[in-house]
Design a protein around this ligand. Sequence first.
Ligand code: GDP
Ligand code: MG
Length: 393
Amino acid sequence: MKIRRFTAPDVRQAIRQVREAMGADAVILSNRSVGEGVEIVAATDYEDTTPKQVLNSQRRDGAEPLPEKRTSFADQRGGSQEPILLEMHQEMKNLRNLVETQLSDLAWGEIGRRNPSKAQLLRRLMGLDLASDLCQQLAAQVNNEGAPHQIWQQALKGLTDLIPIANDDILSDGGIIALVGPTGVGKTTSVAKLAARFALCHGLHSVALVTTDCFRIGAQEQLHTYGRILGIPVKVARDQQTLQETLEYLADRRLVLIDTAGMSQRDMHLTEQFTMLAEGTLEIRNYLVLSAATQFSVLDEVVRKFNRIDLAGCILTKLDEAASLGGMVSAAIRHHLPLAYVCDGQRVPEDFSPARAQNIVHLLSEYAHEQEKGLTDEVLAQTFGRGGAYAHV
Ligand SMILES: Nc1nc2c(ncn2[C@@H]2O[C@H](COP(=O)(O)OP(=O)(O)O)[C@@H](O)[C@H]2O)c(=O)[nH]1
Ligand SMILES: [Mg+2]
């Protein structure tokens, strides 16, 4: 039997952690409140040698065994419940949804009646595809008295001020820089763009490339190809020790760029990579590479996972492919992740520039019109009608 302990701010998140780490057959052994959250102890390969089993083994032949009782995720989904109970459960859920929808509609209607400018502003902000809590925050900041275009400009100004921008500049400061992030977001391409630009300003001998990507076939070859084209050396570091030795060997280079393995944020190898980057004696600054063409909920999860290492900032790729930039702006603001550079194409080194909050907000508002058309009152009521909507009217 494997037993593990999980803590989270609430039961739902704790159960999600259990499910992710131990699978659907995990058995919850206990749960209790701790500090500011809950603690769940769960087990897999659970052999239920509870007193009931002992009792059963001691009963004489012919006696009915006592029923087994354990709570797995499969049971919690209703596998062992009576049909009538399941039906009642479903009926109650439907009723609850109905009441919630009606209350949301009422609350949203009330915002529209009491404060039409605010309702209009929330609609336009949602049209930017921003997270709903960020829309609420921006709407609460503006003075709703002015003309609609003034209110809108105030909100965009508020948004510009909230977007965190990195102060340090890799291209002038150099250093040891690692690009981390999920597979396929553009880490290797961004390494090549940075290397080419740095070499243009400071000379070919000022920069070197290192890859720690020993997991994917072809990953090293891609970086070697860029190295050959640019005339910049490429080294391979398979573990923490070789990384340390390689970095010491390259100590005379002003910029060393480390291209890391493109792990999925759920991958177990992520911890290995993090250890490799964090445990050496030389200072490595980590930049998270994110594709702007990713939806907010995924970005949110990626940033949470990669926040386990110290992140100096973020390089945002694929602006040219994104249908909206609201997701990534919301994720950067929520996680205080400073944006360093943006990439808007595959060309090395052209499609690369420093991140500017004003440019990002300008691009963001260009996409807005199409998004806003798809926003119905039902969607807005579901988003803003709940959870304290009256409080801000
Ligand atoms: N459209 C577009 N494609 C990009 C951009 N950056 C990288 N790519 C492409 O995305 C793909 C994956 O890039 P790669 O650097 O190998 O990603 P990695 O797995 O994170 O190293 C390649 O086809 C790149 O050419 C960008 O800003 N815009
Ligand atoms: Mg790569």
